[in-house]
Write a protein that binds this ligand. Structure first.
Ligand SMILES: Nc1ncnc2c1ncn2[C@@H]1O[C@H](COP(=O)(O)OP(=O)(O)O)[C@@H](O)[C@H]1O
Ligand SMILES: [Mg+2]
Length: 379
């Protein structure tokens, strides 16, 4: 991949605000991603400002010391609240970062050319932060408001995929009102799906709140567990299939989205029945990522085609990881799209690009290039 030729923003050294942490249950995962990006971003080319979002929602200036954000030891990394709050404001036509503390005159930290929101889950990957950045006319990496919101919601995502002709597995969506008003009707619908089912919060991630349910007796507990993350749920028929993922990167100019070689996630049997939170982040060696996935060539081509179609279906920009089930009879069923996928150097998205010839630092560079060259305004 060729090096960037910046065309927008500060011509000397674009200022990149790396935004991480956030209010969702994936706070810690976002910190780990930030450690990866802060460690790999080209500092000769970009002026980098790390900004953490505490769980309360407060923006603070964060330490550039990546060891503070890594997954080392037993405690998960977390952005601590601070007496000083950072905000982004437009002053004199420039996007300025302002630091304010009680009883002190606010200070300007300088202008920002592009924001890299490394936020997963609600209040980050769901269009809310994107909306805030749109309001202040600030460029940012990744999908816009609608695509982020659709990609976050496992129900509307499926509605859009089905409309685009993608193969979605059997599911029902359950709203808070439906569950509180007539739980028996929900149980009947689930029974018709057949067991096992996967009960999921509609808007969460990193497998948080997801349970595999083998019988009706276990259903209510799984529903209550999911409702702790989101009162809206999606309940899906369990699909027997291998988990195949594909990384999508927006094309430059009018080019079509680029797709990586697909990879496969295999969860070591025994302790993990599926790709759950512990398997994803906590335990070493619980999962094997292999790229390219060892599936027939036609299936590889089809997965790439479907991944690009899913990216376009929701109107994604920048990056997305599209996840599928590949069944024993060769069907390719879409599971989900992630508009801000796990992005540590070891995560599947960068790994699939690395296996396809695009290194982690070059990938970061390309995403910033795409963001700097995208017009602000309606998107
Ligand atoms: N319908 C399904 N059939 C079989 N396994 C599933 C199904 N839905 C989810 N899983 C398992 O649960 C994991 C997490 O589900 P997913 O929908 O990808 O949620 P998240 O957004 O938290 O990653 C999947 O990677 C897969 O292992
Ligand atoms: Mg997933």
């Amino acid at each position: 991949m060729s090096q960037n030729n910046q065309t927008a923003g500060n011509p000397s050294k674009p200022r990149v605000a790396v935004l991480f942490g956030g209010r969702s249950s994936e706070h810690a995962v976002s910190c780990v991603t930030a450690a990866g990006v802060l460690g790999a971003i080209n500092k000769d080319k970009y002026d980098v400002i790390p900004i953490g979002i505490a769980k309360s929602g407060q923006w603070v200036l964060a330490s550039p010391d990546t060891s503070q954000w890594s997954l080392a030891g037993s405690s998960l990394p977390e952005v601590a609240p601070s007496a000083e709050t950072v905000t982004l404001a437009e002053i004199g036509g420039e996007h300025q970062l302002i630091v304010a503390a009680p009883n002190e005159v606010p200070q300007e930290l300088g202008t920002v050319d592009v924001v890299f929101p490394l936020l997963h889950g609600p209040f980050g990957e769901d269009g809310t932060i994107q909306g805030l950045l749109e309001l202040s006319d600030t460029r940012y990496v990744g999908a816009g408001v609608l695509a982020s919101a659709v990609g976050m919601d496992k129900h509307f995502m499926k509605v859009v995929f089905e409309a685009a002709g993608l193969h979605v597995g059997p599911y029902i969506a359950v709203t808070d009102r439906q569950w509180r008003k007539d739980p028996e009707a929900v149980r009947k619908q689930v029974d018709r799906l057949g067991f096992p089912v996967f009960v999921k919060p509609a808007r969460a991630g990193s497998s948080m709140g997801i349970s595999k349910v083998d019988s009706l007796e276990q259903l209510d507990a799984a529903i209550e567990a999911a409702r702790r993350h989101d009162l809206k749920l999606v309940i899906e028929a369990g699909i027997m299939g291998r988990e195949i993922e594909c990384a999508v990167l927006e094309g430059r100019g009018t080019d079509a989205p680029r797709t990586s070689m697909p990879g496969e996630i295999s969860v070591a049997g025994g302790t993990h029945e599926f790709y759950d939170f512990e398997a994803k982040y906590v335990e070493d060696n619980a999962v094997a990522l292999s790229c390219p996935a060892d599936i027939p060539e036609e299936a590889i081509a089809r997965v790439r085609e479907l991944a690009a179609a899913a990216f376009d279906a929701i109107g994604a920009e920048g990056l997305s990881r599209v996840d599928f089930f590949y069944t024993p009879d060769g069907e390719i069923i879409i599971n989900e799209i992630n508009t801000m996928p796990g992005f540590t150097p070891k995560s599947m998205y960068p790994q699939m690009w690395a296996a396809s010839g695009l290194s982690y630092p070059d990938l970061i560079d390309e995403l910033i290039y795409l963001a700097l060259n995208r017009k602000t305004g309606l998107r």
